[in-house]
Design a protein around this ligand. Structure first.
Ligand code: DX5
Ligand code: ZN
Length: 219
């Protein structure tokens, strides 16, 4: 059985029919819900915040994979735990004291994730990788759905996989941005464990079947 996880990004959902789209993910072969929280400062866009996440949580049973694209995320770690986040991912570029942030996330009972922008070298995680449950490798510049996949991501995933193995860490690699059925298999072959897909799922004719397609390609 495949251990590869598919996490549809609700950023591309129809917010006027959010309950319907959350339930579609629930009833599909998807593993996680991916939630993108943006503050208009760390990234040039504002998505949605706590009240919307609370509403999503009321219709979701599958784990909530929360990607914070906000400055100074330590301010909200406790709040996101209370809102039911399973994985809480902060950006390396937004944390002055990353190790401390990771400890705070774990002490609230969540899995600790770190996201890396496309320009950030994976080696910055050399000294923290054993404390990280998931690395979210951005394959687009964060802020918007529907962007083109950056090809250099394959190399970064391979390099990160090598670092994880070298350090005997248990960290999962997630790829986020521009994921489609065209690059999914190659990403898994490079070492990815979790694939986030927004537009490819929600803008497709049949999102449930598209999730199934991604699941089958990667199994
Ligand atoms: C981008 C977000 C992604 C986004 C992915 O800042 O982190 O999760 O929703 O969307 P697609 O799959 O459309 O690139
Ligand atoms: Zn994301």
């Amino acid at each position: 059985m495949s251990t590869i996880k598919i996490a549809p990004s609700l950023l591309a959902a129809d917010f006027g029919n959010l309950q319907r789209d959350v339930e579609m993910v629930e009833n599909s072969m998807a593993d996680w819900h991916h939630l993108d929280i943006m503050d208009g400062v760390f990234v040039p866009n504002i998505s949605y915040g706590m009240p919307v996440m609370k509403a999503i949580g009321e219709h979701a049973v599958k784990p909530l994979d929360v990607h914070l694209m906000i400055i100074d995320p330590d301010r909200y770690i406790k709040t996101f735990a209370e809102l039911g986040a399973h994985v809480l991912t902060v950006h390396y570029e937004a944390c002055t004291h990353l190790h401390k942030s990771l400890q705070a996330i774990k002490s609230e009972g969540m899995k600790a994730g770190v996201a890396l922008n496309p320009h950030t070298n994976i080696n910055v995680l050399e000294d923290t990788i054993n404390d990280i449950d998931l690395v979210c490798m951005m394959s687009v510049n964060p802020g918007f759905g529907g962007q083109s996949f950056i090809e250099n991501t394959y190399k970064k995933v391979r390099d990160l996989k090598a670092l994880i193995q070298h350090k005997r860490a248990k960290t999962l690699i997630e790829v986020d941005g521009g994921v489609t059925s065209k690059n999914a298999k190659a990403l898994i072959n490079a070492g990815a464990d979790v694939l986030v897909a927004g537009s490819f799922v929600f803008k497709s004719e049949n999102p449930t079947l598209t999730i199934q397609e991604l699941k089958e390609i990667t199994s």
